[in-house]
Write a protein that binds this ligand. Structure first.
Ligand code: UDX
Length: 432
């Protein structure tokens, strides 16, 4: 069932995935962006991000004519009934989400919208944003609906096409339901609520997942001290449906473009309303401690002093399946190691340009494969759970590297294989 034209403003991870998926549902979708080169390359079918299935969907949308890309929000909203805002809301430095881009676009498109148009906030925005945008647009005949995304990077297409639930919120419940109808063919539970509750659902969900991970990582640290094994502990927890089996893997801490930003933004919202939220503060603190513990293991592995030592990093992205380095634990750990004088050689299947040349990560030399990264290293640290690391040829690694120690920050290497290749394994939350 196709409905009125859909405009998607902003073609980043959220906007591009949402636009392509909505087009594949048969809707007429026009995506607008301000970067001419981006509009041109997307119009040619070049997808700049690593998202499983997205290339095919964009190609399909372009071929069917259901999907197109134009320069400027003003052009995209022409004749549109539904306008999705998937714009950057970066951390403004003190944890609050910077809404300047969202405000500017709302101001720009307000006068151009068709009567009866519905503006939809798709990217994560602070609670109260829908109400603010209603005022900025200031039109009785235009509704504002919050429709938060729950897309995990790397599986965003699957998450969009098979959502656990669709959430829509607005002061105009009929408009909220109308937006919910866009997803009707997906057969997911529809939650219709107020704009404020919808905006809060997104923050509460992400902060809860971050808290769950910080809890697991803290249990992992304690497990090491008491002679337990975090993989056994979570194996004994996961069958309780109130706990479940997801987000129970200990790691170097959570990262990415969402959890850090959303936990900070939620803390700022609580602070702005004088609500103390110690659980959230502890979640963020525990996350930093998880990274510090990995640095401690790496430092201990080279004898307690990192000055002049070479650390090989296997994995730089914030998780496997994505090419996203934003707020990656591996990059923060790299900075901490470099701060103590370590030299860093890294391999990541999605990172090719030399980060040492990039202003942001000058301390990292990027190698072409994991064995090259390990050349002459004093320790190897596995930080991202790329599948290729699970069955890496450690005998080959042993030839080129100077070290016999591997810190496995994702507990993904087989202790037997590591030992058989003559290495010492330093796991996380397990006994060495
Ligand atoms: C997250 C939410 O999952 C998604 O619903 C929301 O829309 C956007 O933010 P994403 O940022 O892509 O998605 O990352 P996610 O897959 O949730 O992982 C977040 C972090 O947790 C990553 O650093 C990952 O490595 C870490 N993680 C995840 C673990 O350390 N252990 C786990 O078991 C799972």
């Amino acid at each position: 069932m196709t409905v009125g034209k859909i405009a998607v403003i902003g073609t980043g991870y959220v906007g591009l995935t949402s636009g392509a998926c909505l087009a594949s549902l048969g809707h007429q979708v026009v995506c607008g962006d301000v970067v001419p080169e981006k509009v041109a390359s997307l119009s040619a079918g070049h997808v700049p991000i690593l998202e499983d299935g997205l290339d095919a969907l964009v190609a399909e949308g372009l071929a069917s004519g259901n999907l197109s890309f134009v320069l400027g929000a003003d052009v995209a909203v022409k004749g549109a009934k539904y306008i999705f805002l998937s714009l950057p809301t970066p951390d403004d430095g003190d944890g609050r989400a910077d809404l300047s881009i969202v405000r500017a676009v709302a101001k720009q498109i307000g006068p151009l919208l068709e009567p009866g148009a519905i503006v939809i906030t798709k990217s994560t925005v602070p609670v109260g944003t829908a109400k603010k945008l209603e005022k900025i647009i200031g039109r009785e005949d235009v509704a504002l609906v919050s429709n938060p995304e729950f897309l995990q990077e790397g599986t965003a297409v699957k998450n969009f096409m098979k959502p656990d639930r669709v959430v829509v919120g607005s002061s105009d419940l009929a408009a909220a339901r109308e937006v919910g109808e866009l997803y009707a063919s997906l057969g997911a539970p529809l939650v219709v609520t107020s704009a404020e509750s919808s905006e809060m659902i997104k923050y509460a969900a992400n902060a809860f997942l971050a808290m769950k991970l910080s809890f697991v990582n803290s249990i992992a640290a304690l497990a090491e001290e008491v002679g337990a094994d975090i993989q056994e502990i979570t194996r004994g927890m996961k069958d309780d449906p109130r706990i479940g089996d997801k987000f129970l893997k200990a790691g170097p801490g959570w990262g990415g473009s969402c959890f850090p930003k959303d936990t900070n933004a939620l803390a700022a919202i609580a602070d702005d309303h004088d609500i103390r939220f110690p659980l959230l503060d502890a979640t963020v603190t525990a996350n930093r401690q998880a990274k510090d513990r990995v640095v401690d293991k790496i430092r201990a592995a080279v004898g307690g002093d990192l000055e002049g030592k070479t650390v090989a990093l296997w994995g730089l992205t914030f998780k496997a399946g994505t090419d996203d380095l934003r707020d990656s634990p591996a990059l923060l750990i790299s900075k901490l190691l470099a701060g103590e004088g370590a030299l860093l050689r890294a391999y990541d299947p999605t990172v090719h340009e030399d980060l040492e040349a990039s202003a942001r990560n000058p301390e990292i030399t990027v190698a072409s494969d994991p064995h090259a990264a390990a050349e002459g290293a004093d320790v190897i640290a596995l930080l991202t759970e790329w599948p290729e690391f699970a069955d890496i040829d450690l005998q080959k690694t042993a030839v080129s590297t100077g070290t016999r120690t591997i810190v496995d920050g994702r507990n993904m290497l087989s202790p037997e294989a590591v030992t058989a290749a003559g290495f010492t394994l330093i796991p996380l939350g397990r006994q060495p």
